[in-house]
Design a protein around this ligand. Structure first.
Ligand SMILES: *[C@@H]1O[C@H](CO)[C@@H](O)[C@H](O)[C@H]1NC(C)=O
Ligand SMILES: *[C@@H]1O[C@H](CO)[C@@H](O)[C@H](O)[C@H]1NC(C)=O
Ligand SMILES: *[C@@H]1O[C@H](CO)[C@@H](O)[C@H](O)[C@H]1NC(C)=O
Ligand SMILES: *[C@@H]1O[C@H](CO)[C@@H](O)[C@H](O)[C@H]1NC(C)=O
Ligand SMILES: *[C@@H]1O[C@H](CO)[C@@H](O)[C@H](O)[C@H]1NC(C)=O
Ligand SMILES: *[C@@H]1O[C@H](CO)[C@@H](O)[C@H](O)[C@H]1NC(C)=O
Length: 505
């Protein structure tokens, strides 16, 4: 715009210099510190001025942006960043300048016309005064444009000031941003360091958890084992407590028994002392009995278990004494009542005896030999069949040999109700068992008849055969047999063999 203004002024000057040809007139206008020199065409009749000069000093006032240089490059750069209000202001100023320019062009046209008409009028002699008026107008115009220029400069300065302030602010912001970025970087580094530390701690925690978890499991296993042991121990303790209770009961029962026994012993002692008084025997002598007859004679009337001392022997033997049958005093050698004892046994069993004296038993061939060979004995055999019929066989004399003679049988003086003939084999028959065959048969009678007995060619009897308690039509050759009473198939429910001294009275 300033450029335009200067151009306009130059053009004006040019017009003034060329259009008015040779007739030139110089006018000088002083406005502030600036001096404006106008050269006007001279009328023909006017005398030319001596020091005609064109001084284009106006260019100095043209706005700095009209000729861009290095100092303004920064402005141009910052112009792009200017806020919109500044641009608006600039646009407003530009449009004002344009308005001025248009106004100047109009003025120029007006001046040209005026100059042309002035030439003619000058030709007609009145140019001078008009020129002066025109000059005055130009002066006013110039002063106006200078004022405009000053205002523009101010605005520009303001804009520059704003721009620099904004730049400073921007700089500060960027500095602040940098500081913030540095701070953020530091914080990020710190955070990553902390997260590293955290992960390390987590790993250590996991390791510790794993280790202690294993130890905990081990400890739990041990605890379980200890609990099991404890349970077993407490179980044992409760068992022991139970046993203790029962043994305490037992001990109290035993104490009671002991008391009763003490009473019985005292009673017996008094009885014994009474007996001693009666028989006048020495009190200190210990009584021994060789058989049940002696026990009966000593005053005992009850059937039951008693001890006898075999003659010529240190042995005490427990025997069952029958104190009722035919006057009592019977020492029982054999007894069968319910088949609870197996009688199909070996030689050694029959030698030493088996069963219980209070129940089914065989007293033992050695004892029978010792007993029956110590003095004369009679044998009584008591029988009962399934129907409850009872019968007996009696032998006034009875004994058996020792083992070297295979316990050979010796009998004499048969009587009784169990058959008119003796069912025992004749004297001299040896004893046989399933493992010792001493019979007179080519067979093995002990195995056929199932039991140890005095067999001949097996013979008519075997009280040690199989105990068949139930009735049957089948004839059994291995049952309890007493042939001359009930035939080969006795099926006895009770047998007893017992001895008593032959001279028993
Ligand atoms: C420019 O001139 C027009 C009319 O000639 C006027 O409406 C407008 O406001 C002027 N602009 C300035 C900035 O003076
Ligand atoms: C330019 O800015 C300075 C501060 O930077 C201030 O003192 C001065 O008044 C401002 N000038 C104008 C014209 O706004
Ligand atoms: C107590 O006596 C009974 C028989 O009387 C016997 O079976 C039991 O074992 C005894 N208990 C103890 C702990 O001796
Ligand atoms: C008792 O034993 C002795 C020697 O041991 C013997 O001489 C005697 O005959 C035996 N008496 C009887 C009755 O067996
Ligand atoms: C057989 O009788 C005896 C007593 O004579 C008895 O102790 C035993 O329990 C009885 N056995 C059977 C199986 O009946
Ligand atoms: C007793 O029996 C055995 C065989 O069992 C026999 O060798 C022995 O000669 C018998 N003794 C007598 C005295 O017959």
């Amino acid at each position: 715009m300033g450029h335009l203004l200067s151009l306009t002024l130059v053009y004006l000057a040019y017009l003034l210099t060329t259009g008015i040809a040779s007739q030139r007139q110089q006018h000088r206008v002083q406005h502030g510190s600036c001096t404006y020199t106008f050269i006007l065409p001279e009328v023909e009749h006017c005398q030319p001025l001596k020091d005609f000069q064109v001084t284009n000093t106006l260019q100095r006032d043209s706005p700095p942006r009209a000729e861009p240089d290095k100092s303004h490059s920064k402005d141009d750069l910052s112009q792009e960043e200017r806020p919109s209000w500044q641009q608006q202001k600039l646009e407003t100023l530009e449009s004002a300048m344009e308005n001025n320019t248009q106004w100047l062009q109009k003025l120029e046209n007006f001046i040209q016309e005026n100059v042309r008409s002035g030439v003619e009028e000058i030709k007609r002699s009145t140019v001078h005064t008009q020129t002066a008026a025109m000059l005055q107008m130009g002066t006013n115009l110039l002063s106006q444009s200078a004022e405009q220029t000053r205002k523009l400069t101010d605005v520009e300065t303001q804009v520059l000031n704003q721009t620099s302030r904004l730049e400073i602010q921007l700089l500060e912001y960027s500095l602040f941003t940098n500081r913030l970025e540095k701070h953020i970087i530091l914080q990020t580094q710190e955070i990553s360091r902390l997260s590293d530390k955290n992960s390390f701690l987590e790993q250590r925690l996991l390791a510790l958890e794993a280790r202690y978890g294993k130890e905990l499991q081990d400890l739990q296993g041990e605890k379980q084992q200890l609990q099991d042991v404890l349970e077993r121990q407490s179980h044992v303790v409760s068992q022991l407590q139970g046993e203790l209770g029962s043994s305490m009961l037992n001990s109290t029962a035993l104490q009671r028994q002991q008391e009763r026994l003490t009473d019985t012993v005292e009673q017996l002692l008094t009885k014994v002392s009474q007996c001693n008084e009666i028989s006048n025997m020495p009190k200190t002598e210990r009584r021994t009995f060789r058989d049940c007859a002696e026990i009966l004679r000593s005053g005992v009337k009850e059937s039951g278990l008693y001890s006898i001392h075999l003659h010529n022997s240190t042995q005490d033997v427990k025997v069952y004494c029958d104190m009722k049958t035919r006057g009592g005093g019977w020492t029982v050698l054999q007894h069968r009542s319910n088949g609870s004892i197996d009688f199909h046994r070996s030689w050694n069993d029959y030698k030493s005896g088996f069963g219980v004296p209070s129940g089914e038993h065989w007293l033992g061939n050695d004892i029978i030999h010792k007993l029956t060979s110590s003095q004369e004995y009679s044998l009584h055999i008591q029988l009962r069949d399934r129907e409850g019929n009872e019968a007996f066989s009696q032998y006034d004399h009875f004994y058996i040999d020792d083992e070297d003679n295979n316990y050979s049988l010796h009998i004499k003086g048969f009587s009784g109700t169990a058959g008119k003939t003796s069912s025992l084999t004749h004297t001299g028959s040896q004893f046989s068992t399933k493992d010792r065959d001493n019979d007179r048969c080519t067979c093995k009678c002990a195995q056929l008849a199932s039991g140890g007995w005095w067999f001949d060619a097996c013979g008519p009897s075997n009280l040690n055969g199989i105990y068949y308690p139930v009735s049957s039509n089948v004839v059994r050759f291995n049952g309890i047999k007493w042939y001359y009473w009930k035939g080969p198939n006795l099926m006895a429910t009770l047998t007893t063999m017992m001895v008593r001294p032959a001279n028993f009275r």
